[in-house]
Design a binder for this molecule. Structure first.
Ligand code: AMP
Length: 278
């Protein structure tokens, strides 16, 4: 089957075959992490739609919207190789009317942790994801655990707004040395890349401990040791469903999440940790 490139809703309606559809929303610059999502989509549906859209709504004016990597031809090759049926690649103007008024609010949970560092970011994410859901009308959609708060908010949106879509998630794909794959990694110099390894190293040091305070302390120690080349935005141990910080009385799954700038590149990473009270 030829890969179909759809630019708008009409193209998508024409391209839609019978059977179940899985959507993989991306901003392009596809890497092995995206491919893992595509493989999960293929395994769980008859047709796979990959959207490639750098969403201006989720970038604040001081962020890297114009600099964000755009590698559309290579992305199409990757989608062909992975057996994707349709790539949905709308123009910004096709997604957002100049007079649009209504958008999704991510609520309180969208204003903590990553949302506190990037005000409005999750409103932009949820608005574009809901629009993609409405245009593509998938049965399932696949997201990465790499963006753990985003994943939790999408599950919350599906529950709160009764969206008839099953959300699937995929573990974070990493380089052999631990660095989480990201489209932004291409901006890292060799020196930056070495500094960036402190993120995954800190998370590993954290999960080796047993209590929230020791987990935070062990991870923080690794981040501090990276010195001033690593500009840490946050390190949190949070409830994965709400992103509220947990204390030493918490039991169950938690997420240890970090965000930091290396040079001009902002990176995020997280791992899950199971807490049992001693
Ligand atoms: P992005 O193109 O960065 O917006 O990411 C598109 C989707 O790919 C999101 O659901 C991300 O969580 C997911 N993703 C990004 N990087 C990775 C990774 N290293 N491993 C697994 N999923 C990822």
């Amino acid at each position: 089957m030829e890969l179909i490139v759809a630019r708008n809703r009409e193209d998508l309606v024409k391209a839609r075959g019978g059977g179940e559809v899985a959507l993989v929303p991306t901003m392009g610059a596809l890497h092995e992490g995206h491919k893992a999502l595509i493989r999960q989509a293929r395994a769980r549906a008859d047709h796979v739609v990959v959207s490639i859209f750098v969403n201006p709504l989720q970038f604040s004016p001081d962020e890297d919207f114009s600099r964000y990597p755009r590698t559309f031809e290579a992305d199409l090759d990757a989608c062909r190789a992975e057996g994707v049926d349709v790539v949905f690649h709308p123009a910004v103007e096709a997604m957002y009317a100049p007079d649009r008024q209504v958008s999704v609010s991510a609520g309180r949970m969208g204003a903590v942790v990553e949302g506190a560092a990037r005000p409005g970011h999750f409103d932009g994410v949820l608005t574009v994801v809901l629009k993609l859901f409405n245009v593509v009308q998938p049965d399932r959609a696949v997201f990465g655990q790499k963006d753990a708060q985003q994943l939790a908010l999408i599950r919350r949106m599906v529950a709160d707004l009764d969206l008839p879509i099953e959300i699937l998630d995929v573990p974070t794909v990493r380089e052999p040395d631990g660095l989480a794959l990201s489209s932004r990694n291409r901006f890292l110099s060799d020196d930056d890349r070495r500094v960036a390894l402190a993120l995954s190293r800190a998370l590993r040091a954290g999960v080796a401990e047993l209590t929230p305070s020791r987990i935070r302390a062990a991870a923080r120690e690794v981040l501090d040791a990276a010195g001033s080349d690593l500009d840490v935005d946050y390190l949190v141990l949070a409830d994965p469903a709400t992103f509220a910080e947990v204390d030493d009385s918490y039991e169950g799954m938690a997420v240890l999440a970090v965000a930091a700038r290396v040079g001009t590149t902002r990176l995020i990473d997280n791992v899950s940790v199971t807490l049992t009270r001693a």
